[in-house]
Design a protein around this ligand. Sequence first.
Ligand code: ATP
Length: 690
Amino acid sequence: MSKFAVEHVKRVHSVVHDRIGSDRVGANRITRSWIRCLNEYQLDPGSCADPEVVAPVELQERQERLADVQAVAKVEMANLYQQLAGSGYAIMLTDSEGVLLNYFGDPGFTHAASRTGLMQGAVWSERVQGTNGMGTCLVERRPLTVHQDEHYLSRNIGLSCAAAPIFDHGGELVGVLDASGESRLAQQHTLALVSMSVQMIENRVFLHQFRHDFILRFHNRPEFVGTLSEGAIALSVTGTVLAASRAALSLLGYSSPLDVVGRDICELFNLTFSGLVDSSVKRAFHPVPIFEVRSNARFFAVVYQPVALGSTRRPQRSSAALPEPVPRTALDALQLGDPAMRANIETAKRVMERNVAVVLLGETGTGKERFARAMHLSGSRASRPFVAINCASIPESLVESELFGYRSGAFTGASKEGQRGKLLQANGGTLFLDEIGDMPVALQARLLRVLEEREVVPLGGEVPVKLDIRLISATHCDLAQKIESGAFREDLYYRLQGVTFTLPPLRERVDRCALIRQLAFEESDAGSPVELDDSLMALLERQRWPGNLRQLRHLLRTMIALRETDRLTVHDLPPEFRHNLAGSGTVSGTATGMAHGMSTAAVPGTGPASIHAAAPAGTMDAGADAKAEAKAENRLNAFECAEREVLLQELKRHQWNLSGVARELNISRNTLYRKLQRLNIEHPDKSLFH
Ligand SMILES: Nc1ncnc2c1ncn2[C@@H]1O[C@H](COP(=O)(O)OP(=O)(O)OP(=O)(O)O)[C@@H](O)[C@H]1O
């Protein structure tokens, strides 16, 4: 340890010990944090342990959970980075647990940054990294700087950080925006810039999230409506307040969203809602004066109409006319019209608050973890941890310590601080055991004991710790078969399986269309959602998607990243997708080259060229006129050819029974007729069809 580090450690100890017993509340934020670090988290200020980094899958899930914020934040981070360019700062976004989701680095600082652990996936909570901008901001819930030796860990004392918390419209802390660098001079204006960026992020997320509702945007100066400091209030069609931005609360002098949510807008301002909308429209969205009820203070406001409802929709005059929407839970949000999913969601809601173990079955990528998270977020444990562990991806030798944790020195190579296992990390919340079928048999016995006794003893420890977790397990394998072969314990199976949900594969879901649009929306930048044209939608809907929603998401992510316009067509499909589409010879078979043995019929064509060549074998009845086919196909583009092939496959499979094919493809007979015409498909016996 360097001389500076040794002195720093001594200073931390002496400051903390001097304050103990004295007025802790009066201590400044740094001292308060140091006391927490030493006494509560028992962190060693001289620790040189490697930074804690979450697994890539977990990082991705965390990013997805904060997708709305992230999409807006990326733009603001780029702006902020430009404003601070050259001053050696990196801009970072964390989630509410301090996991670093995004990083914009100054090239001069990136190397040093990764050494310190300033990289995507690293955990910067105060509990892990001691006093630092991001972690301490999460605890203090307000903007702050942590400059050099104000850091707790001696290895972080080269850093200067300015961080500001990001809140959602319900007042929940969802993350932190931070600018950190190795500058010797704490830049006062950096904190102001970071705070402004956060305000911008909160405003834009608010406007995006409530774009389908009326939004009243106001300020006490007309020229400030539409700027960073405006207040925004989302209103239902009957004029009830759905949410208010932080700036709105502060302009009106309220401290919590609960003070205004659920009230009628005319209880806050002297106005009638429909009158305000009318005058807003008449004045072409120039701010109109409105008066606050309590103080009679004058504000200026504009009402923006719901995006999807269009300008003709008028607000309801009577609140009895339309029932207020019941708040949607995370589970409700998974309901897009598929009957199997609807049944799963209804049952999940019924068992949610009973402590029943849940098993989720389904092919890879069908959304088992998403479903587990939704159950967690929809219940009373929502504010407690959700901890996921993938039993298949951890080496067998590590599963035990990962799950149960260990005391310091429990085995050779164990870290000095010991480790809280995932079971204890999930205490009070939900533990999600993914790929449970791959858990080593020896460990199954130990897990069973823990579940029966509801307490856990970490490796090398003696004192059992009480455990209160909701357990959700998932697997894509056949557990009954595993039990038969002795690879899975039957008694554990019954412990895990209070209620079982089977998630349908994407190809069987009738809400495919809505799901595709939802994923496209989630992958789009906030404020500029991409559209998918009809032919692309039709093509995507027909795929078999062996990788299910995950595969679909990745395809859309690629297309959106590479798009030239916000309207995606089949021409935006990545070349390898097209290649596989063509090479597989059947769209509903091995569409992306990732399926194994899933194609409904093997077609010997091997590349894009085969599409334009004579009719591929297997797509026509024997005796079909190959030349006529080639001619018919020559007028079509590559995707129409592919679509044609699929249709021919289906027709053949259903012995040219159009009703059967229409049902299979979930389209009307009329649509099918139009397709047949467009794609020049005729029955081998030309007199039929008409
Ligand atoms: N209802 C949904 N709407 C939008 N995206 C979804 C939905 N369900 C799942 N996804 C997305 O699909 C991807 C895969 O989901 P998830 O990881 O939950 O699947 P899984 O069944 O647990 O996969 P595996 O078995 O491989 O672990 C994720 O990107 C997730 O966000």
